[in-house]
Ligand binder design. Structure first.
Ligand code: NCD
Length: 329
């Protein structure tokens, strides 16, 4: 493996599961971020051999109860690049549709000696329930509106890499940087995990969106709420656009799409109020021209595809830490 800023000897990690950012300390978050660069380097090897033997003979099961493109492929690729075997299971093609409980399904998967269960579920808390009574390493790949910890970790990693490149300081941290999340905060597990993660890393978080898509008492999580997009974008180092989660909304949470676009879309017009070098981020999938203008998503300030590339490295880091440092199964 190529030289890493964080050598194997220095790694302090004991956690068996990754269920949410809420559980992690700043040190644990930084351990993941410091472990990721060596895996990002694996993907860029001149030899073209994008694999390391850190999880050889282990079995990772991707278990997705909700649609996913990026996260599912990213976890599968991360496991493969660590030399693990992978299985994929979707609800519509599993015995869950015949009435089998999550516990029974997992007990059966574990009877086939699975080591890592990567679970996406529409019920908040589903991965926590499984982790409490099963032996494999459980990773939350998004539970309802609750958390999406690997998304927040890859986002923090992406911001930190940019900051380090921009300042030329290889130790630069997120302390004091300003991140504005715009859109459907209420239905977004990405927003929740990002607020928690960015706060723990010392960043200042501003939330902006229609009042009907803003969770009650969200300020108590340590974020500033601002309903005026121009004001929210002022001084932002990062503008993070969130998808309008039409599938989780009841009708009528904002008057019309046209009204939403006028007040809250991240586009050339609204970005005149942000610094010129503000990074543009989005977790995907994008509703093009709804929450984010297509030319901005594809433009020079956008790091949306870097988020995707970094996602593989960060998920490799997470699986490596959980399995090789977080206690044997
Ligand atoms: C997010 C998710 O599923 O929570 N997407 C993702 O994981 N890349 C965000 C979303 O669906 O809007």
């Amino acid at each position: 493996m190529s030289a890493a800023p964080h050598t194997e000897r220095e790694i302090q990690w004991t956690r068996r599961h990754l269920l949410g950012i809420a559980d992690l300390s700043r040190e644990e978050i930084e351990t993941v971020l410091d472990t990721a660069p060596q895996f990002a380097a694996v993907a860029k090897r001149k030899s073209g051999i994008k694999k390391v033997p850190l999880l050889t003979g282990r079995l990772a099961v991707n278990w997705f109860h909700e649609p996913s493109t990026r996260t599912r492929l990213s976890f599968e690729l991360a496991a493969k690049r660590l030399s693990a075997d992978t299985l994929a299971m979707t609800t519509s093609a599993s015995s869950v549709v015949k009435g089998e409980t999550l516990h029974d399904t997992l007990a059966n998967i574990e009877a086939m000696q699975a080591d890592i269960i990567i679970l996406r579920h529409d019920c908040a808390g589903a991965p926590h329930i499984l982790a409490a009574s099963h032996t494999s390493h459980v990773i939350n790949a998004g539970d309802g509106r609750h958390e999406h910890p690997t998304q927040a970790l890859l986002d923090a990693f992406t911001i930190r890499e940019h900051l380090r490149r921009k300042t030329g300081n290889p130790e630069a941290s997120l302390d004091g940087i300003k991140v504005t999340l715009v859109g459907d905060i209420e239905h977004s597990r990405v927003a929740r995990s990002n607020i928690l993660c960015l706060n723990k890393l010392g960043a200042q978080v501003t939330l902006c969106g229609p009042a009907t898509l803003m969770p009650a008492r969200v300020e108590e999580m340590g974020a500033r709420v601002c309903y005026d997009l121009r004001e929210a974008l002022r001084g932002a180092d990062v503008v993070y656009s969130l998808r309008i989660q039409l599938e989780r909304q009841q009708h009528g949470l904002f008057p019309s799409i046209r009204e939403y676009i006028r007040l809250f879309r991240v586009d050339h017009d609204s970005l005149r109020h942000a610094p010129e070098d503000a990074l543009i981020m989005h977790p995907g999938p994008i509703n093009r021209d709804l929450e984010l203008a297509a030319d901005i998503a594809d433009g020079p300030r956008s790091v949306i595809l870097e988020q995707v590339s970094n996602g593989v490295a960060v998920r490799m880091a997470v699986m490596h830490l959980l399995v090789n440092y977080g206690g044997a199964v």
